[in-house]
Structure formats: structure tokens, C-alpha cells
Design a binder for this molecule. Sequence first.
Ligand SMILES: Nc1ncnc2c1ncn2[C@@H]1O[C@H](COP(=O)(O)OP(=O)(O)OP(=O)(O)O)[C@@H](O)[C@H]1O
Ligand SMILES: [Mg+2]
Length: 238
Amino acid sequence: MKEPLLHVQDLYAGYGDAAVLEGVNLDIHAGELVALVGSNGAGKTTLLRALSGLIPVSGGQIVFDGAPLAGRTSDQIFRAGLTQLPEGRQLFDRMTVQDNLLMGANLRRGKGAIAADLERVYTLLPRLRERRHQLAGTMSGGEQQMCAMTRALMAAPRLLMVDEMSLGLAPVVVLQLMETLQQVRDGGITVLLVEQDVHIALEHADRGYVLETGRIALEGQARALLDNPEIQKAYLGV
Ligand SMILES: Nc1ncnc2c1ncn2[C@@H]1O[C@H](COP(=O)(O)OP(=O)(O)OP(=O)(O)O)[C@@H](O)[C@H]1O
Ligand SMILES: [Mg+2]
């Protein structure tokens, strides 16, 4: 079997004395869309922070594209192609949509093909093309989320990690964002999706992991997890 793009082994991390992650194991292969789900406070955001190098790791290891990340700064990790789209949108409100996207492109590894990439995302999301001269802060919540995702894509990541993209958005918008993530994956960018809405996440992902109090409790094909009675009872209200 091919080596995973991201290999997380027995990972421990937390805040000060408070341990949150207590031995997380997870693998993501290139070209997959993987969902990470779990209750509030399970440690999902903490895991993404540890992967991005935003909080220190106290045990275990993270290997990205064959190289251990231990000792690397968040900036170095980002430049290796591991990009996190944080909870909340963090756009530059007083800049236009297009300038926000170009800010993302400024961060990319290598400067090639920015115009072509911009064209590609505008084709993927025509709404953004229509709105490209609008100030980002005046876009609707769903449009802002699209803009934030696209800005992250403009940095040309290898693995895009998305945290709670659906927060506060109407179901139809969430559906559109999920379909966009599938297109992103089909375009060759691997995706790790953290999502509160377990049903919609597993319906769109290839595989899934369930995090419970700092450990992976279940993992498998997304379809199989959707059909799993334990998950239906705990997360799907069946
Ligand atoms: N900066 C912080 N300092 C101290 N404790 C924190 C900090 N951030 C998170 N925690 C704690 O770590 C635990 C895991 O939080 P985390 O944000 O990773 O959960 P989550 O799975 O993302 O939850 P949610 O679904 O609500 O976003 C929680 O108990 C939380 O209170
Ligand atoms: Mg969270």
C-alpha cells in the first residue's frame, strides 16, 4: 500500500497541564476526502491545531509527505502544503473578494499559474466571479465561507483542513460547500473535514474518523459509518 500523505501516530497534545488528545492515530491518503467528527469538546479543533503546528505536541508523531513535522514551525508546515481553514472566516472585510483571493496566492509555494488558478476557482464557483469586486465583508455568510475556502485553495495546499465550515449557514449553502469540497478533492487536493453535522459530512466524505475524548473511537468507510448503529444512536439521532 502507498504511504499515506498524512500519518498521525499516538499523538498527545493539549493546553498547559490539560491533556486533550490522548493517543490519536489517523492516516490520510492522497486524493481522499476524510471527515473527522465527534461531540463538542472531543478535541477536533485541537487536533487540527496540533497538525498545523499551532500548539505543541507532547507525544507521538506526525509525518506529512514522508517527513516528520517535529520541530517545525507553523509557517514551515504551511509552506510544506498543510493548510488549515480555521473556524470563523477571517477574511479581510474591507478588501474585495478578488484581493482576498490574491492574498491567498501570495502565500503559495512557487508563484506559477496564479491567473490560471483564479480562473479555475471562478469556474468552480461562478458566484465568486460575479462578486469579485465586492468588499468581502459585505458578502453573505455562505459567500464569505466560499471566499475563505477559495483563498485557502489559492495557496495551493496539498492537504486542506477545514474546521466547522457549516457553522451558521443554511442547509442548501452547506450542501453546495460540501459539493465544492468534493470537486476540490477531484482536482487533486486532499481534504480533512471537521464537521458538526455528522450526517452531511459522512454523506460527502470517502472515509471518516470519530474522535471521542481525545481518542479515535471508530473509523471506516463513510458509508459504513453512516450505517453503523452506534453512530446513528450517538450522532444521527436515529
Ligand atoms: N486555548 C485553550 N485553552 C485551554 N483549553 C482549551 C483551549 N482550546 C480548547 N480547549 C479545551 O480543549 C478541549 C477540546 O476542545 P476542542 O476545541 O478541540 O474541541 P472540538 O472537538 O473542536 O469541539 P467543538 O465541536 O465544540 O468545536 C475542550 O475541553 C476545550 O475546552
Ligand atoms: Mg472545534
